[in-house]
Design a protein around this ligand. Structure first.
Ligand SMILES: *[C@@H]1O[C@H](CO)[C@@H](O)[C@H](O)[C@H]1NC(C)=O
Ligand SMILES: *[C@@H]1O[C@H](CO)[C@@H](O)[C@H](O)[C@H]1NC(C)=O
Ligand SMILES: *[C@@H]1O[C@H](CO)[C@@H](O)[C@H](O)[C@H]1NC(C)=O
Length: 516
């Protein structure tokens, strides 16, 4: 009897271990940990339902191999963020920040006349070694990320829009829907302070958009006491790369809150140049003024100043399948942005910030990406007595642009070489289409987008009128809904007044919106 006891106890232990392993195989790691750590009752539950687990195993063995179910998105985000917080800390540059001696002022992009690359970093010798070591370490750590949190095969639109950007975003979102676009939308807010329940729970779901609170996702990284670890502290200017990293879509269009598409952008994710490269960016007016030192640190050869403009990152197309490490390196560049990488990448150029971090990260990793060639165009309005004022910038249809450049037709160096691609995105930077930011008052001199005439014709239709109408609808339907509008009054009335004066007169003269 005694002799029999031992083997049978061993057998029980053996069966338990087998059950746990089968659980791991069938249900993935989450469930495995649950069955390990939670008390005996739960374990028993696991054992009893392992019968069906076994049945599933037998069925799946009969019908061929089935890989284990993947971990949930949240679990993969947690794994990613844990690793990332360690790597960001370990790979902090161990040196003083770059000293930029003098700075680059308004160097516009010139694709024809080659100029030397500006070089204003005064302490290059001192910081090259330590910055390169940290950069090498980070790149090595992210080449094969353990977790890639996105849902396979999905596509959508991602943005961020807290505080005074939220009303602008809602008007832009209505414009997206107006083009017929049905892509789901995720909008990132920095924290719960920026979360506006009525907008997030009532208004946005009707427009198939979902609020994501960055702080909530980031807080999964806990310290030893189980409190949210503040290792990764995300500031406002860093939201974009983190939002891209943590959005659930595999392929997405990033759109700033004050950017609108003129046409349904869904097709952009299914055609070249996106399909073959997985990262498409649009140009700024300015030259890319990254310092020679940056290219040393990131072990790249220095591109010619004529090669590409700085990025205007209001709109981007991103494949997380192809560019996951790119996004991680972009996070690194922005996490150490204000002190280290922004001065290196811009040397004080106008609009320094996250803009160039995405394509620099892609090229540092040797991955392919595409920069739209057709130059950005400024749009102006007649201000007073023939003075013209900048109001917005527009970006070209990337598919039409690519058709030209792949036939070796470069309008960027010869504007008469072909007809310009149609305008695809409008970046309405000044003023923003937000009634609470005095859109009506700022528009009181009439239309905002009136020239250059050739650019306005590339619109194809009266986008200003459409966008104004959506901003007015937002003002009238949601006049008291936004936190940032609490102190404003008569927003709807002001908007309607202007509308009646400017847009509803059938005899008014309009700019030409097409060549026809
Ligand atoms: C980049 O590295 C090369 C080779 O080490 C060096 O000659 C050059 O001065 C470096 N450039 C800068 C800007 O530090
Ligand atoms: C620009 O393109 C047009 C049309 O193809 C051509 O006739 C013209 O010679 C080109 N100009 C230059 C400077 O290459
Ligand atoms: C604007 O015009 C509409 C239609 O003509 C009118 O109903 C409305 O009262 C007007 N609103 C303002 C504020 O003038």
């Amino acid at each position: 009897m005694l002799m029999n006891n031992r083997p049978s106890r061993r057998a029980i232990v053996g069966i338990l271990v087998a059950v746990l392993l089968i659980n791991l195989y069938l249900f993935g790691r989450d469930r495995f940990y649950t069955s390990l750590w939670i008390g005996p009752t739960e374990t028993q539950l696991d054992i009893s339902d392992s019968n069906s687990g076994l049945r599933n195993l037998v069925t799946s063995l009969k019908s061929g191999f089935h890989p284990p179910a993947p971990l949930s998105l949240a679990a993969r985000q947690e794994t990613l963020l844990r690793d990332l917080s360690v790597q960001l800390k370990e790979q902090k540059p161990q040196c003083s920040p770059p000293k930029v001696d003098g700075h680059v002022d308004g160097v516009t992009f010139d694709p024809v006349n080659l100029k030397p690359r500006p070089d204003h970093v005064a302490n290059a010798d001192e910081i090259q070694g330590p910055m390169q070591e940290a950069h090498d370490g980070f790149v090595a750590a992210i080449k094969e990320p353990k977790a890639r949190p996105y849902n396979k095969g999905t596509k959508g639109i991602v943005s961020s829009a807290g505080g005074e950007y939220l009303p602008t975003f809602v008007a832009s979102l209505r414009m997206i829907r107006r083009t017929g676009c049905e892509l789901p939308v995720e909008v990132f807010l920095k924290d719960w302070v920026e979360y506006e329940p009525y907008i997030c729970e009532v208004v946005l779901p009707k427009l198939d958009a979902q609020c994501k609170v960055l702080e909530e996702i980031m807080d999964v990284v806990r310290d030893g006491q189980g409190k949210p670890s503040k290792h990764i502290k995300v500031e406002h200017f860093q939201i974009k790369p983190f939002a891209m990293l943590l959005s659930s879509f595999e392929n997405f269009i990033w759109i700033d809150a004050d950017c609108v598409p003129l046409h349904d952008p869904t097709a952009l994710l299914g055609s070249d140049p996106f399909s073959s490269t997985g990262l498409v960016t649009w140009p700024d007016f300015w030259a890319n003024t990254a310092s020679p030192l940056y290219f040393n640190i990131s072990r790249q050869s220095e591109p010619l100043m004529t090669a590409r403009a700085a990025t205007e990152s209001g709109v981007m197309l991103v494949s997380k399948r192809k560019h996951f490490p790119t996004l991680l390196l972009a996070v690194y560049y922005n996490y150490y942005g204000p002190e280290y990488y922004w001065p290196l990448l811009g040397q004080g150029a106008y609009g320094q910030g996250d803009k160039d971090t995405f394509i620099q990260a892609a090229s540092a990793l040797g991955t392919t990406f595409h920069t739209v060639s057709e130059p950005v165009a400024a749009v102006e309005r007649d201000y007073d007595n023939g003075a013209w004022t900048f109001t917005a910038m527009v970006q070209a249809d990337p598919i039409e642009d690519y058709k030209l450049t792949s036939q070796d037709i470069w309008r960027v160096t010869n504007a008469t070489a072909a007809k310009a691609p149609r305008v695809f995105f409008l970046h309405a930077s000044s003023p923003k289409f937000n009634a609470g930011l005095e859109l009506a008052k700022k528009s009181r001199r009439g239309r905002l987008y009136t020239r250059p005439e050739d650019v306005i014709r590339r619109f194809g239709y009266d986008i200003e009128k459409s966008y104004w109408q959506e901003a007015m609808t937002v003002a009238c339907d949601l006049e008291h809904a936004f936190d940032s509008w609490k102190k404003s009054s008569e927003l709807c009335e002001d908007m309607q007044n202007h509308w009646n004066k400017t847009f509803s007169d059938p005899d008014a003269e309009f700019p030409q919106f097409s060549d026809n």
